[in-house]
Design a protein around this ligand. Structure first.
Ligand code: GLA
Length: 777
């Protein structure tokens, strides 16, 4: 609900309140963001401002206040606020002081997706638009606040309009600035690199600024735009936590700093590094939308708010709320070495295992045998696909599978017909040496002819056969940022214009192919953000499919993104990224807590492993709605210790699936306690583990304690026995009330500890895990 009273603005969601007012000077003073409170007027809530202390500057001679220590909604340089500004520009006279003062406001109901910059949408959304003016420089600033009451989310974006005669140059337009009263804050960011995305990083907020930003051209795997701010003591289920994100896929920036008086300022928006934007007379510039949520009960609630928001107000189109198919992707099974025969053979096996969608990854187009050539030439390689895309697609469809395809449309290899024909379409500085990434170059998506080419060439591919799914990849970072189509004083616009060009392409193609399930990818999670999710309902979370690393990566994503958005594949061992061997059940157990798929050579699996996969897929399909759309709860993670524990519960509390996984095993430590979440306290539930079996060779020479003859470890006889004998997992079940499960915990069967082994013992080696189904009894 939005309440406006005497220039006091109160934005209420179901459980939170955000408030600000117009100061006597005309500036917007931020008052409060936190748990829901009642506010009639600003009395007692606003800072009592008396005078400008010490050597701080006074705003003007009538208002002897210093903006340096006022909580503000926006800040620009030159009027006494010497903290980091949220808005910076060069006026037409060359000065860079701005003074935006309140001019008016309006409210409206409902928000629709607009063309241009992606944004959230919702019928019940309430929008407050506050207009400010810098009269001396003829500039107007519109701040738009959108309230999503039911998921406790408020968003904000800015638009700046040049009403003057001369051009101004914008050098910083932050989407959101959040000034807070003094407190003990922690800044939590999610950082990493290729194959190790989303590592949780916690830092204390102090007087030296902390910045989480990307400068790769994309939202990046180095620093995801989602961040959190915790106040005082907090954990998964306790304490005050703010979550912040940006609906944007390019260079982003989120800083936090404390001023000398203890107040804390956070801001988020387009990264000002390398950014400038020339705004001619009459033109306007719109920032991406920033998203914030607040929880008074720890990170899980904050995540639930973000998850609900993303599922309801970001993801759109046919696949919104829809069950995602179990797919198999050809990449790790064959890499570039694919052909119709091989793929159909894999697809046949996949169908028998229960897979629903077959994805032909990289390598299918003209001359594409490694990563040095062909990007840009989107016609099938005749040697690999003699009957074209349609030929293989029809064969796969005939097996009863849907068919999907990999593309990387924003790129070009120098060794391609496209580059030979249009070298000017590649992003490079004319006449200068350029850098490459994965031997490829970016196409200059700031250009409308390049955008049109991508739309046309992709439309041709997508309509060439019965294609149900597209994996849209993007495998390099920006270098040599330059567009030959823009004048020299607009080169600071290239990085942002590229993203706007991308959005136009994605908008047109997703509208043109509404049935297709699009999956974003950028060498895994190098562009995992709400901008991409506005067009593609799911994103390949990481090229790393090692279950231990995935436990860390998916745990990181789960803070800001619902599990319906991140795709997780079970792959072969030793794992291709880490050479680690983790049992098939753990590989599945981790992948099941997201959109589960496979990336494995099913043709090479032995009978047991194949049957294990079959039963995994059966389990996943049975619990699919829950696994993809249930409430995701974190209990513990490898960041805090050795146990990773997640639960997904159904909104009606009738069922849940919990997982427990360890990193390295501690000898002679037998007990584990599972604490499921999201259950009704007074309802009785039945809990049982998913049954599986293990290769007898996992027990090595211990086999000699149970067979009457000597078996040489890993020898021929050992192999023969392993072909016929498996070690069954324990069978464990309990009936307990929800409160007993959640608060006393389910005390699990003893772990393997060398001695006393019997069939109740839980085989739980390094990276061992179990998944438990919980249903009302
Ligand atoms: C990227 C993706 C992989 C795969 C390859 C193909 O690395 O992240 O999943 O599609 O490209 O070249």
């Amino acid at each position: 609900m939005i309440t406006i009273k005497d220039k006091l603005f109160v934005l209420d969601t179901d459980k939170t309140t955000y408030a600000f007012r117009v100061m006597p000077t005309g500036h917007l003073e931020h008052l409060y963001y936190g748990r829901k409170i009642r506010i009639d007027d600003a009395d007692g809530i606003a800072d009592q401002l008396g005078f400008a202390p010490g050597n701080s500057s006074s705003y003007d001679k009538d208002n002897a206040i210093s903006l340096e220590d006022v909580k503000l909604e926006i800040s620009a340089p030159g009027k006494g606020d010497v903290r980091e500004p949220s808005l910076e520009l060069i006026n037409s006279d060359g000065s860079f002081t701005s003074d935006f003062l309140f001019d008016g406001c309006a409210t409206s109901k409902g928000k629709v997706r607009e063309e241009g910059v992606p944004c959230s949408y919702g019928e019940d959304a309430e929008v407050l638009t506050v207009t400010l003016k810098d009269k001396e420089n003829n500039l107007m600033l519109k701040l738009a606040y959108t309230v999503y009451a039911e998921c406790d989310v408020i968003t904000r974006s800015c638009e700046i309009i040049n009403n003057g005669d001369g051009a101004v140059t914008l050098t910083r337009v932050m989407s959101l600035m959040l000034d807070m009263d003094p407190g003990d804050y922690s800044y939590i960011t999610f950082n990493g690199a290729w194959t190790r995305e989303m590592g949780k990083n916690v830092q204390k907020v102090g007087m030296a600024k902390l910045v989480n930003s990307s400068y790769t051209g994309s939202s990046s795997n180095r620093a995801n735009p989602f961040v959190m701010l915790g106040k005082g003591a907090f954990d998964e289920d306790y304490g005050e936590v703010i979550g912040i994100n940006l609906v944007y896929s390019g260079n982003h920036y989120t800083s936090v700093e404390q001023n000398p008086y203890g107040k804390v300022r956070l801001m988020t928006g387009i990264n000002p590094n390398g950014f400038s934007w020339k705004l001619e007379k009459g033109e306007s510039f719109r920032s991406p939308e920033a998203v914030m949520t607040y929880s008074a009960s720890g990170c899980n609630t904050m995540s639930h708010n973000m998850h609900d928001f993303v599922n309801a107000h970001i993801v759109s189109g046919k696949w919104k709320d829809q069950l995602r198919p179990v797919l198999i992707n050809s990449w790790e099974a064959s890499y570039f070495d694919i052909n119709e025969h091989k793929l159909v053979k894999l697809a046949r096996k996949a169908k028998a295992a229960g897979v629903e969608l077959f994805v032909m990854d990289d390598g299918w187009f003209k001359g594409r045998n490694d990563d040095t050539s062909s990007l840009g030439d989107w016609t099938p390689d005749k040697k690999k696909l003699p009957h074209g895309i349609k030929g293989i697609c029809d064969k796969i469809r005939k097996l009863g599978l849907k068919f999907g395809i990999w593309v990387e449309p924003e790129m070009v290899n120098e060794n391609s017909d496209l580059y030979r024909e249009h070298p000017e379409w590649a992003m490079r500085i004319p006449g200068k040496k350029h850098s490459t990434g994965r031997t490829q170059m970016l196409l200059d998506l700031t250009r409308s002819d390049v955008q049109d080419y991508i739309i046309k060439s992709m439309s041709d591919v997508f309509s060439s056969a019965d294609i149900s799914y597209v994996k849209w990849d993007y495998n390099r970072n920006f270098t040599d940022i330059y567009s030959a189509a823009l004048p020299s004083d607009r080169q600071g616009e290239v990085a942002h214009r590229y993203i706007l060009g991308l959005y136009r392409v994605l908008d047109e193609l997703t509208k043109k192919f509404p049935e297709v399930l699009f999956e974003g990818c950028a060498s895994g999670g190098n562009r995992f953000d709400l901008g991409i999710l506005s067009y593609f309902p799911q994103i390949w979370a990481s090229d790393d499919t090692d279950a231990y690393q995935r436990g860390i990566i998916q745990n990181g994503y789960s803070y800001g993104y619902p599990q319906s958005c991140y795709t997780c594949h079970v792959s072969d061992v030793p794992n291709h990224q880490t050479l680690r061997r983790i049992t098939a059940d753990t590989r599945f157990n981790v992948a099941a807590f997201g959109v589960c798929g496979y990336e494995s050579n099913f043709c090479d699996l032995n009978k047991f492993d194949f049957n294990e996969i079959k039963s995994q897929i059966e389990f996943y399909k049975k619990n699919r709605r829950l696994m993809q759309y249930g409430k995701f709860w974190r209990r513990s993670s490898f960041d805090d210790g050795k146990i990773l524990s997640w639960t997904i519960s159904s909104p009606d509390k009738s069922e849940a699936v919990s997982m427990i996984m360890q990193s390295l095993m501690t000898p002679n430590s037998q007990s584990d306690i599972l604490y499921p979440r999201g259950l009704a306290e007074d309802v009785k539930y039945h809990i049982e583990n998913r049954k599986t079996s293990f290769d007898i060779r996992e027990f090595g020479g211990l086999i000699n304690h149970v067979v009457p003859f000597h078996v040489k470890q890993d020898g021929f006889i050992h192999g023969v026995i392993a072909k016929f004998v498996r070690i069954n997992s324990e069978s464990e079940s309990h009936e307990m009330y929800g409160d007993a499960m959640m608060y006393a915990g389910v005390h699990l069967n003893p772990r393997f500890a060398s001695l006393g082994y019997n069939d109740t013992v839980r085989y739980f080696p390094d990276f061992g895990s179990r998944i438990y189904e919980i249903r009302t009894a």
